[in-house]
Write a protein that binds this ligand. Structure first.
Ligand SMILES: [Zn+2]
Ligand SMILES: [Zn+2]
Ligand SMILES: [Zn+2]
Length: 163
C-alpha cells in the first residue's frame, strides 16, 4: 500500500504456514466437490491472495507469481482470478481495482471495511444484501452479486504511535 503514515503496519499480515496450507487444501476439496479443477496457476494465485495482508492488484500477482519459467503471463493470472472470483474464493474490490481472498462460503453478497492506510481489508456480511436481493426480484432483475466497499482507517492505524 502507499502508506502515507509514519507508523509500522505490524498488524497487517496475511496467512502463512499451517493456516495457508489448510486453506489451500480446503479450496482443493471444494473444487473437487464441484467438479472443478484447482490447476497449478489457480492454486498459486489463491496462495498469493491468502498470503497478502490486503487486496492485491493483478500486476502485483504477476510479479509475485514465480521466477523464470514459472513466471505468469497476464492472461494466466487474469484467467485464474476470474475462476477464483466465480468460485467464491476471492472478491474483486472495484474501488481499488484489486483482489482479496475470501474464506467464507461461496456465492454471497460481501461488504468490506478497507483501511486506506495499511490496506487491511475485513469482509463482513452486508445487512442490506437481502434488501437488494428482494428489490432485484421485484424488478425481475438477475442479480450476479452485491459488493459494498467502505473506506477509512482501521483501529490500529488510528491509534498507532509514529515510528
Ligand atoms: Zn466473501
Ligand atoms: Zn497506517
Ligand atoms: Zn490500517
Amino acid at each position: 500500500m502507499s502508506a502515507a503514515c509514519d507508523h509500522t503496519h505490524a498488524h497487517a499480515s496475511g496467512l502463512t504456514g499451517e493456516g495457508l496450507v489448510s486453506e489451500i487444501a480446503a479450496a482443493r476439496v471444494t473444487c473437487l466437490a464441484r467438479g472443478e479443477r484447482l490447476t497449478a496457476p489457480r492454486e498459486r494465485v489463491l496462495e498469493l491472495l491468502l498470503e497478502a495482508s490486503g487486496p492485491s492488484k493483478a500486476y502485483d500477482l504477476m510479479a509475485a507469481f514465480g521466477p523464470g519459467e514459472n513466471s505468469a503471463k497476464p492472461p494466466t493470472v487474469y484467467r485464474a482470478l476470474d475462476f477464483l472470483t466465480r468460485q467464491g474464493f476471492a472478491h474483486r474490490i472495484e474501488s481499488l481495482n484489486a483482489y482479496v481472498a475470501c474464506r467464507r462460503e461461496g456465492g454471497h453478497s460481501a461488504a468490506f471495511l478497507i483501511c486506506d492506510c495499511c490496506g487491511v481489508t475485513r469482509e463482513f456480511d452486508p445487512g442490506e444484501g437481502e434488501a437488494v436481493a428482494s428489490e432485484a426480484r421485484r424488478d425481475g432483475f438477475a442479480l450476479s452479486g452485491v459488493t459494498l466497499e467502505a473506506h477509512g482507517l482501521c483501529a490500529d492505524c488510528q491509534g498507532a504511535p509514529a515510528a
